[in-house]
Design a binder for this molecule. Structure first.
Ligand code: GDP
Length: 300
Protein backbone atom coordinates (compact mmCIF):
# COMPACT_ATOMS: atom_id res chain seq x y z
CA UNK A 1 0.00 0.00 0.00
CA UNK A 2 2.82 2.34 0.93
CA UNK A 3 4.39 1.50 -2.41
CA UNK A 4 1.18 2.27 -4.29
CA UNK A 5 0.83 5.58 -2.43
CA UNK A 6 4.45 6.45 -3.03
CA UNK A 7 4.13 5.85 -6.74
CA UNK A 8 0.92 7.86 -7.14
CA UNK A 9 2.62 10.62 -9.11
CA UNK A 10 4.39 8.27 -11.46
CA UNK A 11 1.20 6.30 -11.95
CA UNK A 12 -0.83 9.41 -12.66
CA UNK A 13 1.72 10.83 -15.02
CA UNK A 14 2.62 7.73 -16.95
CA UNK A 15 -0.30 5.35 -16.72
CA UNK A 16 -3.07 7.89 -16.95
CA UNK A 17 -1.49 9.26 -20.11
CA UNK A 18 -1.15 5.77 -21.54
CA UNK A 19 -4.80 5.06 -20.69
CA UNK A 20 -6.02 8.16 -22.46
CA UNK A 21 -3.92 7.44 -25.54
CA UNK A 22 -5.23 3.89 -25.76
CA UNK A 23 -8.78 5.14 -25.34
CA UNK A 24 -8.43 7.61 -28.19
CA UNK A 25 -7.53 4.93 -30.73
CA UNK A 26 -10.00 2.56 -32.35
CA UNK A 27 -7.26 0.39 -33.82
CA UNK A 28 -3.56 -0.23 -33.28
CA UNK A 29 -1.32 1.69 -35.68
CA UNK A 30 2.11 3.35 -35.86
CA UNK A 31 0.77 6.64 -34.61
CA UNK A 32 -0.37 4.97 -31.41
CA UNK A 33 3.10 3.52 -30.90
CA UNK A 34 4.66 6.96 -31.52
CA UNK A 35 2.50 8.48 -28.80
CA UNK A 36 3.34 5.68 -26.39
CA UNK A 37 7.01 6.18 -27.13
CA UNK A 38 6.75 9.83 -26.19
CA UNK A 39 5.07 9.08 -22.87
CA UNK A 40 7.75 6.56 -21.93
CA UNK A 41 10.63 8.88 -22.83
CA UNK A 42 9.00 11.74 -20.90
CA UNK A 43 8.69 9.47 -17.86
CA UNK A 44 12.50 9.00 -17.93
CA UNK A 45 12.33 5.37 -18.97
CA UNK A 46 15.31 6.12 -21.25
CA UNK A 47 15.47 6.33 -25.03
CA UNK A 48 17.11 2.95 -25.69
CA UNK A 49 14.83 1.12 -23.30
CA UNK A 50 11.79 2.82 -24.77
CA UNK A 51 12.81 1.75 -28.29
CA UNK A 52 13.35 -1.78 -27.07
CA UNK A 53 9.95 -1.81 -25.38
CA UNK A 54 8.14 -0.43 -28.41
CA UNK A 55 9.82 -3.00 -30.70
CA UNK A 56 8.84 -5.82 -28.41
CA UNK A 57 5.29 -4.49 -28.20
CA UNK A 58 5.02 -4.38 -31.97
CA UNK A 59 6.28 -7.98 -32.17
CA UNK A 60 3.77 -9.13 -29.60
CA UNK A 61 0.91 -7.34 -31.35
CA UNK A 62 1.90 -8.96 -34.65
CA UNK A 63 2.41 -12.45 -33.20
CA UNK A 64 -0.77 -12.41 -31.17
CA UNK A 65 -2.79 -10.62 -33.85
CA UNK A 66 -3.96 -8.12 -31.25
CA UNK A 67 -6.35 -5.53 -32.62
CA UNK A 68 -7.79 -3.93 -29.51
CA UNK A 69 -5.74 -0.96 -28.18
CA UNK A 70 -6.96 -1.76 -24.65
CA UNK A 71 -4.84 -4.89 -24.62
CA UNK A 72 -1.62 -2.93 -25.15
CA UNK A 73 -1.41 -1.93 -21.52
CA UNK A 74 -1.11 -5.48 -20.23
CA UNK A 75 1.41 -6.32 -22.93
CA UNK A 76 3.49 -3.28 -21.98
CA UNK A 77 3.35 -4.27 -18.33
CA UNK A 78 4.56 -7.78 -19.16
CA UNK A 79 7.36 -6.51 -21.38
CA UNK A 80 8.61 -4.05 -18.75
CA UNK A 81 8.76 -6.86 -16.21
CA UNK A 82 10.56 -9.04 -18.73
CA UNK A 83 13.14 -6.36 -19.57
CA UNK A 84 13.82 -5.72 -15.90
CA UNK A 85 14.32 -9.38 -15.08
CA UNK A 86 17.07 -9.97 -17.56
CA UNK A 87 19.63 -12.45 -16.23
CA UNK A 88 22.52 -11.19 -14.16
CA UNK A 89 20.50 -8.45 -12.53
CA UNK A 90 19.65 -9.42 -8.94
CA UNK A 91 17.61 -7.02 -6.87
CA UNK A 92 18.49 -8.40 -3.47
CA UNK A 93 21.09 -7.00 -1.12
CA UNK A 94 23.79 -9.59 -0.47
CA UNK A 95 24.44 -10.05 3.24
CA UNK A 96 27.22 -12.56 3.03
CA UNK A 97 29.87 -13.02 4.51
CA UNK A 98 29.41 -11.98 8.14
CA UNK A 99 29.92 -9.20 8.99
CA UNK A 100 28.66 -8.16 5.57
CA UNK A 101 29.90 -4.81 4.30
CA UNK A 102 27.65 -2.28 2.62
CA UNK A 103 29.45 0.79 1.31
CA UNK A 104 27.05 3.63 0.65
CA UNK A 105 28.06 6.19 -1.96
CA UNK A 106 26.30 9.14 -3.54
CA UNK A 107 26.21 12.90 -3.88
CA UNK A 108 25.31 15.06 -0.85
CA UNK A 109 21.62 15.73 -0.45
CA UNK A 110 20.32 12.65 -2.25
CA UNK A 111 19.29 11.00 1.02
CA UNK A 112 22.33 8.96 1.97
CA UNK A 113 22.12 9.54 5.72
CA UNK A 114 18.40 8.88 5.83
CA UNK A 115 18.76 5.72 3.75
CA UNK A 116 21.48 4.34 6.02
CA UNK A 117 19.25 5.00 9.03
CA UNK A 118 16.20 3.35 7.47
CA UNK A 119 18.21 0.38 6.21
CA UNK A 120 19.72 -0.16 9.67
CA UNK A 121 16.23 -0.11 11.11
CA UNK A 122 14.98 -2.68 8.57
CA UNK A 123 17.95 -4.98 9.14
CA UNK A 124 17.57 -4.74 12.89
CA UNK A 125 13.91 -5.68 12.56
CA UNK A 126 15.10 -8.78 10.68
CA UNK A 127 17.14 -9.67 13.77
CA UNK A 128 20.50 -8.51 12.47
CA UNK A 129 23.15 -6.78 14.53
CA UNK A 130 24.16 -3.64 12.67
CA UNK A 131 27.08 -1.21 12.99
CA UNK A 132 27.23 2.11 11.14
CA UNK A 133 30.63 3.66 10.35
CA UNK A 134 30.73 7.41 9.68
CA UNK A 135 33.04 7.51 6.67
CA UNK A 136 32.04 11.02 5.62
CA UNK A 137 34.39 12.96 7.88
CA UNK A 138 34.24 16.16 5.87
CA UNK A 139 31.44 17.80 7.85
CA UNK A 140 30.85 17.46 11.59
CA UNK A 141 27.12 17.88 10.92
CA UNK A 142 27.12 14.82 8.68
CA UNK A 143 28.61 12.72 11.49
CA UNK A 144 26.06 14.06 13.99
CA UNK A 145 23.09 13.42 11.71
CA UNK A 146 24.23 9.89 11.09
CA UNK A 147 24.61 9.32 14.82
CA UNK A 148 21.07 10.58 15.36
CA UNK A 149 19.80 8.06 12.83
CA UNK A 150 21.78 5.26 14.49
CA UNK A 151 20.11 6.16 17.80
CA UNK A 152 16.71 6.24 16.15
CA UNK A 153 17.33 2.80 14.65
CA UNK A 154 18.92 1.53 17.87
CA UNK A 155 22.10 0.26 16.22
CA UNK A 156 25.83 0.67 16.98
CA UNK A 157 27.76 3.64 15.65
CA UNK A 158 31.45 4.33 15.14
CA UNK A 159 33.04 7.65 14.17
CA UNK A 160 36.24 9.64 14.33
CA UNK A 161 36.35 13.40 14.58
CA UNK A 162 35.76 15.81 11.70
CA UNK A 163 38.59 15.80 9.17
CA UNK A 164 39.82 12.32 10.10
CA UNK A 165 40.94 9.84 7.43
CA UNK A 166 37.78 8.12 6.11
CA UNK A 167 39.70 4.92 5.34
CA UNK A 168 40.80 4.76 9.00
CA UNK A 169 37.17 5.06 10.13
CA UNK A 170 36.16 2.20 7.85
CA UNK A 171 39.12 0.10 9.05
CA UNK A 172 38.03 0.64 12.66
CA UNK A 173 34.46 -0.14 11.63
CA UNK A 174 35.51 -3.49 10.21
CA UNK A 175 37.52 -4.41 13.31
CA UNK A 176 34.68 -3.33 15.62
CA UNK A 177 32.08 -5.20 13.55
CA UNK A 178 34.15 -8.37 13.83
CA UNK A 179 34.86 -7.94 17.56
CA UNK A 180 31.21 -7.22 18.35
CA UNK A 181 30.05 -10.07 16.10
CA UNK A 182 27.88 -7.81 13.98
CA UNK A 183 26.02 -9.18 10.98
CA UNK A 184 26.24 -6.03 8.90
CA UNK A 185 28.56 -3.04 8.71
CA UNK A 186 27.11 -0.05 6.85
CA UNK A 187 29.68 2.56 5.81
CA UNK A 188 28.86 6.11 4.89
CA UNK A 189 31.21 7.89 2.48
CA UNK A 190 31.69 11.48 1.37
CA UNK A 191 29.69 12.78 -1.58
CA UNK A 192 31.47 15.75 -3.02
CA UNK A 193 31.09 14.97 -6.68
CA UNK A 194 32.27 18.39 -7.88
CA UNK A 195 35.78 17.24 -7.16
CA UNK A 196 35.82 13.96 -9.02
CA UNK A 197 39.49 13.06 -8.58
CA UNK A 198 39.35 13.73 -4.84
CA UNK A 199 36.24 11.66 -4.54
CA UNK A 200 37.85 8.88 -6.52
CA UNK A 201 40.98 8.92 -4.35
CA UNK A 202 38.98 8.87 -1.16
CA UNK A 203 36.71 6.07 -2.31
CA UNK A 204 39.62 4.04 -3.66
CA UNK A 205 41.41 4.27 -0.34
CA UNK A 206 38.28 2.96 1.38
CA UNK A 207 37.89 0.18 -1.20
CA UNK A 208 41.50 -0.90 -0.63
CA UNK A 209 40.92 -1.18 3.11
CA UNK A 210 37.80 -3.28 2.56
CA UNK A 211 39.56 -5.35 -0.10
CA UNK A 212 42.41 -6.12 2.29
CA UNK A 213 40.02 -7.41 4.93
CA UNK A 214 37.56 -9.14 2.64
CA UNK A 215 39.49 -10.17 -0.47
CA UNK A 216 37.20 -11.57 -3.12
CA UNK A 217 34.19 -11.79 -0.84
CA UNK A 218 31.12 -9.91 -1.94
CA UNK A 219 30.77 -6.33 -0.87
CA UNK A 220 27.73 -4.28 -1.60
CA UNK A 221 28.47 -0.86 -3.02
CA UNK A 222 25.14 0.90 -2.96
CA UNK A 223 24.69 4.10 -4.90
CA UNK A 224 22.05 6.42 -3.49
CA UNK A 225 20.20 8.45 -6.12
CA UNK A 226 17.41 11.00 -5.79
CA UNK A 227 14.54 9.97 -8.08
CA UNK A 228 13.24 13.53 -8.32
CA UNK A 229 16.32 14.54 -10.33
CA UNK A 230 15.48 12.20 -13.23
CA UNK A 231 18.16 12.38 -15.92
CA UNK A 232 20.53 14.08 -13.50
CA UNK A 233 20.42 10.94 -11.38
CA UNK A 234 21.19 8.85 -14.45
CA UNK A 235 24.23 11.05 -15.10
CA UNK A 236 25.43 10.67 -11.51
CA UNK A 237 25.08 6.91 -11.92
CA UNK A 238 27.31 7.04 -15.00
CA UNK A 239 30.01 8.98 -13.12
CA UNK A 240 29.93 6.68 -10.10
CA UNK A 241 30.08 3.63 -12.34
CA UNK A 242 33.44 4.92 -13.58
CA UNK A 243 34.69 5.36 -10.02
CA UNK A 244 33.36 2.26 -8.32
CA UNK A 245 31.96 -1.22 -8.89
CA UNK A 246 28.43 -0.24 -8.00
CA UNK A 247 26.40 -3.34 -7.11
CA UNK A 248 23.04 -1.68 -6.69
CA UNK A 249 21.04 1.50 -6.30
CA UNK A 250 18.96 2.89 -3.47
CA UNK A 251 16.51 5.23 -5.17
CA UNK A 252 15.12 7.84 -2.78
CA UNK A 253 12.17 10.24 -2.84
CA UNK A 254 10.07 8.16 -5.21
CA UNK A 255 7.09 9.50 -3.26
CA UNK A 256 7.69 13.04 -4.48
CA UNK A 257 8.09 12.45 -8.17
CA UNK A 258 6.53 11.34 -11.42
CA UNK A 259 9.94 10.17 -12.56
CA UNK A 260 9.59 6.57 -11.41
CA UNK A 261 10.49 5.48 -14.92
CA UNK A 262 14.09 6.11 -13.89
CA UNK A 263 14.03 2.70 -12.19
CA UNK A 264 13.56 1.04 -15.56
CA UNK A 265 16.34 3.08 -17.20
CA UNK A 266 18.85 2.43 -14.41
CA UNK A 267 18.31 -1.25 -14.59
CA UNK A 268 17.98 -1.78 -18.28
CA UNK A 269 20.28 0.94 -19.72
CA UNK A 270 23.01 1.01 -17.09
CA UNK A 271 22.72 -2.54 -15.74
CA UNK A 272 22.37 -1.16 -12.21
CA UNK A 273 19.78 -3.07 -10.24
CA UNK A 274 17.62 -0.98 -7.97
CA UNK A 275 17.71 -2.73 -4.58
CA UNK A 276 16.03 -0.26 -2.25
CA UNK A 277 13.45 2.46 -2.74
CA UNK A 278 12.65 5.40 -0.48
CA UNK A 279 8.99 6.29 -0.32
CA UNK A 280 8.97 8.88 2.47
CA UNK A 281 11.02 10.58 5.18
CA UNK A 282 10.17 8.27 8.08
CA UNK A 283 12.21 5.37 9.41
CA UNK A 284 9.73 2.85 7.98
CA UNK A 285 9.85 4.36 4.52
CA UNK A 286 12.50 2.25 2.84
CA UNK A 287 11.47 -0.86 0.94
CA UNK A 288 13.21 -3.72 -0.76
CA UNK A 289 12.69 -3.33 -4.46
CA UNK A 290 10.72 -6.05 -6.22
CA UNK A 291 10.16 -5.81 -9.97
CA UNK A 292 6.65 -7.28 -10.01
CA UNK A 293 5.39 -5.15 -7.12
CA UNK A 294 6.88 -2.04 -8.65
CA UNK A 295 5.43 -2.55 -12.12
CA UNK A 296 2.06 -3.61 -10.69
CA UNK A 297 1.99 -0.48 -8.51
CA UNK A 298 2.67 1.78 -11.49
CA UNK A 299 0.06 0.12 -13.67
CA UNK A 300 -2.64 -0.53 -11.11
P1 GDP B 1 22.38 13.20 2.43
O1 GDP B 1 22.98 14.58 2.35
O2 GDP B 1 22.57 12.47 1.14
O3 GDP B 1 22.85 12.42 3.59
O4 GDP B 1 20.81 13.42 2.54
P2 GDP B 1 19.81 13.24 3.78
O5 GDP B 1 19.73 11.84 4.19
O6 GDP B 1 20.17 14.22 4.83
O7 GDP B 1 18.42 13.61 3.10
C1 GDP B 1 18.17 14.85 2.47
C2 GDP B 1 16.68 15.15 2.55
O8 GDP B 1 15.95 14.22 1.77
C3 GDP B 1 16.12 15.05 3.96
O9 GDP B 1 15.23 16.11 4.17
C4 GDP B 1 15.36 13.73 3.94
O10 GDP B 1 14.28 13.69 4.84
C5 GDP B 1 14.89 13.65 2.51
N1 GDP B 1 14.64 12.27 2.08
C6 GDP B 1 15.51 11.21 2.06
N2 GDP B 1 14.92 10.11 1.56
C7 GDP B 1 13.64 10.45 1.24
C8 GDP B 1 12.52 9.74 0.66
O11 GDP B 1 12.56 8.56 0.31
N3 GDP B 1 11.37 10.45 0.49
C9 GDP B 1 11.28 11.78 0.83
N4 GDP B 1 10.12 12.41 0.63
N5 GDP B 1 12.30 12.47 1.36
C10 GDP B 1 13.48 11.82 1.57
Amino acid sequence: EKLKDGLTKTRKDMTDKIDSILKSYAKIDDELFDELEEVLVTADVGVNTTMKLIDRLKDRVREEKTTNPDEIKDLLKEEIKEIMKEPGVGNEIVLDPSPAVILVVGVNGVGKTTTIGKLSHNLKKQGKKVLIAAGDTFRAAAIEQLEEWSNRAGVDFIAHSEGADPAAVIYDGIQAAKARKCDVLICDTAGRLHNKSNLMNELNKIFRVVEREYGEATKEILLVLDATTGQNGINQAKVFKEVAKITGVALTKLDGTAKGGVVIALQSELGLPVKLIGVGEGIEDLQEFKVDDFVDAIFS
